[in-house]
Design a protein around this ligand. Sequence first.
Ligand SMILES: C[S@@+](CC[C@H](N)C(=O)[O-])C[C@H]1O[C@@H](n2cnc3c(N)ncnc32)[C@H](O)[C@@H]1O
Length: 213
Amino acid sequence: MNKLSKRLDSLIYFVEKEDSIVDVGCDHGYLSIFLKRNNLCKYIMASDINQNALQSAKANIKKSKLKIDTVLSDGLENIPLKGINALLISGMGTSTILHILEAKEKIKNIKKIILQSNNEHAKLRKSLNDLGYYLKEERVVLDKGKWYVSMLFIQSNKKNKEREILYGYLNNPAYNQVVLEQLKKIQKKIPFTSIKAKITAYRDYKKYKKALK
Ligand SMILES: C[S@@+](CC[C@H](N)C(=O)[O-])C[C@H]1O[C@@H](n2cnc3c(N)ncnc32)[C@H](O)[C@@H]1O
């Protein structure tokens, strides 16, 4: 495994040489292995809640002949965070990610959180602002016909603008167009008998279109 998928590669972009990271929900461990093999960060620990997933990560780590610490843990529960400045959580839904970040006391020294959720992006951005993290950057990539949004949050009391919370940084025109088309389709599909829902969907479409200008 010398090359990462475009989805995973978009996360690497946010990693810096001096970072000490926990890859929460590492599954196969590909991200952790790639980071370690290419010397892209100071330290990486791989963790997962699932015994089988962690076994698979351990087997891949062994094959890679690298030394990477692994921990079986629900979120941050069993993870020693001393010296850790960054979390990397990807390939999950927003509710699981927020469950992992619930441990407010534990994350107080975490300066940087890299996330890739497959749903409810606006809720995720808003919740991270509430937890004291500011959305600094986003990257949107198309991988095997599916769009993925990767986010970089940094610890800060600064809040994102409402438009950034709702739509992110709108920095991928092709993706923006796809979202716009989807919103248009949704409102067209709603029958006139559900007029309230139709008006709401139309407003969502118009609001997004305005945000793109
Ligand atoms: C779809 S995989 C994503 C793997 C990898 N992060 C990626 O992006 O390719 C999701 C992984 O998250 C793990 N997971 C789910 N809930 C978790 C939790 N509360 N704590 C730690 N890991 C969790 C699952 O066991 C699974 O291995």
